[in-house]
Design a protein around this ligand. Structure first.
Ligand SMILES: Cc1cc2nc3c(=O)[nH]c(=O)nc-3n(C[C@H](O)[C@H](O)[C@H](O)COP(=O)(O)OP(=O)(O)OC[C@H]3O[C@@H](n4cnc5c(N)ncnc54)[C@H](O)[C@@H]3O)c2cc1C
Length: 317
């Protein structure tokens, strides 16, 4: 395993380091590689560019681990603003939004501003986003965060799906519980984004070795491709990309019944190549000022990204 993954992921939640890195002037250039900008207008510009290149989008208004109700409300308002802007720009049809429930209050303790507790607060916030998105012709997928949030996220998903059956969810191959979770998620129209998993998890709940995670990914992909939902293959891994295509073909899937998903700025040539071959490809488009957690997970995934980041510091001195 990439040895720095764990320490970098630990730093992703350290507030002092967050402040230091977020304020460093050189950081911005590096961040731009992975984040489409800070404003709604930046996001719309990026959506337009990707769409004209034949790529679909799923937009993430960056934020996570919010600590108060006002912050959660601001995240909901940010998504509503984006939906309006996509409508105005004529770009909303086929667009998707990715929502982290911790950004809309999932972990908030009960209190005067959060009377029913964090899960109820996040459910209400997510519902506002989903209602606006579906009303405008877009869809929503719930991101998956660390393993402690999975039960709550699936619970909220079930509630949303009772009115909006194709709200999607990300499922992490690295978690040992995933085969059981998937058994409930392969029905008609069920949209599931399968990812390896980006969080630092204890070995009691997750595979630690990359090879084990890859095998678990393939097992989960088999289940999704054989099911009746819409698999969303969230990976840049060339082997998994090829296996997905083969499994789709083995299961007689139509090309538009599943899709590839990749992160903004990562393997852009491969994104274009797959789209040119007629595969639906959706780009996860993060934007907003709260990019630190997302950015450090991208550094943790790849030594080359960390080196690129550190070199940019050194070269400005
Ligand atoms: C659309 C999408 C949505 C996601 N949503 C979630 C989510 O909700 N919850 C969650 O836990 N995780 C999520 N992830 C992240 C995921 O869990 C992995 O951490 C991430 O995708 C890296 O795994 P990989 O499958 O690309 O394979 P890896 O083995 O990590 O990478 C394969 C190859 O892809 C390229 N690559 C991968 N990562 C990077 C990078 N950071 N920088 C540059 N090149 C890279 C490299 O060429 C690498 O060799 C998401 C990923 C995608 C693509």
């Amino acid at each position: 395993m990439y040895l720095l993954r764990k320490p970098i992921l630990a730093l992703s939640r350290n507030h002092a380091v967050r402040d230091l890195i977020s304020r460093a002037p050189v950081t911005r250039d590096v961040v731009q590689r992975f984040v489409a900008g800070e404003t709604t207008a930046d996001a719309v510009t990026a959506v337009r560019r990707l769409r004209s290149a034949g790529l679909q989008v799923t937009c993430d208004f960056l934020g996570e681990d919010c600590t108060n109700a006002a912050q959660a409300d601001a995240t909901v308002a940010g998504y509503l603003d984006l939906i309006d802007a996509l409508v105005d720009a004529g770009l909303v049809a086929g667009a998707e939004l990715s929502v982290k429930l911790s950004a809309v209050g999932q972990a908030l303790p009960s209190g005067p501003d959060v009377p029913g507790g964090g899960e109820a607060y996040a459910t209400a916030g997510a519902r506002k986003i989903v209602e606006a998105a579906y009303g405008a012709g877009a869809r929503v997928t719930l991101d998956m965060e660390d393993h402690r949030t999975v039960d709550s996220t699936l619970q909220i998903l079930t509630g949303l799906r009772s009115d909006f059956p194709d709200v999607g969810v990300a499922i992490q191959a690295m978690l040992l519980r995933t085969p059981q979770d998937l058994a409930e998620l392969t029905g008609p129209g069920s949209r599931v984004r399968l990812v390896k998993g980006a969080y630092d998890e204890p070995s009691s709940v997750a595979f630690a070795e990359p090879a084990e995670v890859d095998l678990a990914y393939v097992r989960a992909l088999r289940v999704l491709m054989a099911g009746r939902g819409r698999p969303m293959v969230g990976s840049h891994d060339p082997r998994l990309i090829a296996i997905a295509e083969r499994l789709a073909s083995d299961n007689g899937r139509a090309a538009d019944s599943w899709e590839y998903q990749m992160l903004y700025g990562i393997r852009p040539d491969e994104q274009s190549r797959l789209a040119a071959r007629g595969h639906p490809v959706r780009i996860y488009l993060p934007y907003g000022h709260d990019w630190y957690g997302y950015f450090t997970r991208r550094l943790a995934e790849r030594p080359a990204n960390l080196m690129f980041f550190l070199r940019s510091f050194a070269s400005k001195k």
